[in-house]
Design a protein around this ligand. Structure first.
Ligand code: SF4
Ligand code: SF4
Length: 180
């Protein structure tokens, strides 16, 4: 009795599987002719990394090494340098895209919005050394996802003007107003 029941269950499962196959076979295939057709990707897709500039056209990166420290595969390296006015910048900046896993942690860690991931994923190639990008390959002439943010206007090398005159800075406390 048990054998007949098992056989019936097996045949039912087989027929169900065949029915699913037939149903899928009758569907119209969806074929996208890449690269002639490029499916628009969401703006937050994570692929090739760029180094952006602030609204004054200066490179945002201050070579703080945070992105390099947080990178789980250690594919970011740089050397910091300082301008005459005290502003830091990377003398060189290198990302090995052959190792990058596009996790986005470097972008999360960056205090100046300098490093940003873009939706551009078309970087495959036969020569693995061409996937090592230098600063001149990474630096772009815009602010990426935020063109307004200017790190140095908030925490620059020298603050100009009285307290309360900087962006988002509170006015000085009037001690006399606290007297009873
Ligand atoms: S996206 Fe991730 S793996 Fe790639 S450089 Fe940034 S932190 Fe490293
Ligand atoms: S890209 Fe950002 S986190 Fe990385 S060194 Fe430059 S300022 Fe620091």
């Amino acid at each position: 009795m048990g054998t007949i029941k098992n056989l019936a269950e097996g045949i039912t499962a087989l027929l169900k599987g065949l029915a699913t196959t037939l149903k899928i076979l009758s569907r119209k295939p969806v074929t996208e002719q890449y690269p002639e057709y490029r499916r628009p990707l969401p703006a937050r897709s994570r692929a090739v990394i760029v180094l952006t500039r602030d609204p004054d056209g200066e490179e945002r990166c201050v070579a703080c090494y945070l992105c390099s420290a947080v990178c789980p595969v250690s594919c970011i390296s740089m050397q910091s340098a300082e301008r005459e006015d005290g502003r830091r910048y990377p003398r060189w900046f290198r990302i090995n895209f052959a190792r990058c896993i596009y996790c986005g942690l470097c972008e999360e860690a960056c205090p100046t919005l300098a490093i940003q991931l873009t939706p551009n994923f078309e970087t495959s190639g036969r020569d693995i050394l061409k996937l090592v990008y230098e600063k001149e390959d990474l630096l772009v002439n815009h602010g990426g996802k935020n063109n307004e943010y200017n790190f140095y206007k908030r925490a620059g090398v020298a603050m100009v003007g009285d307290k309360g005159t900087q962006i988002n800075e509170d006015k000085p406390v009037d001690l006399k107003s606290n007297l009873p």
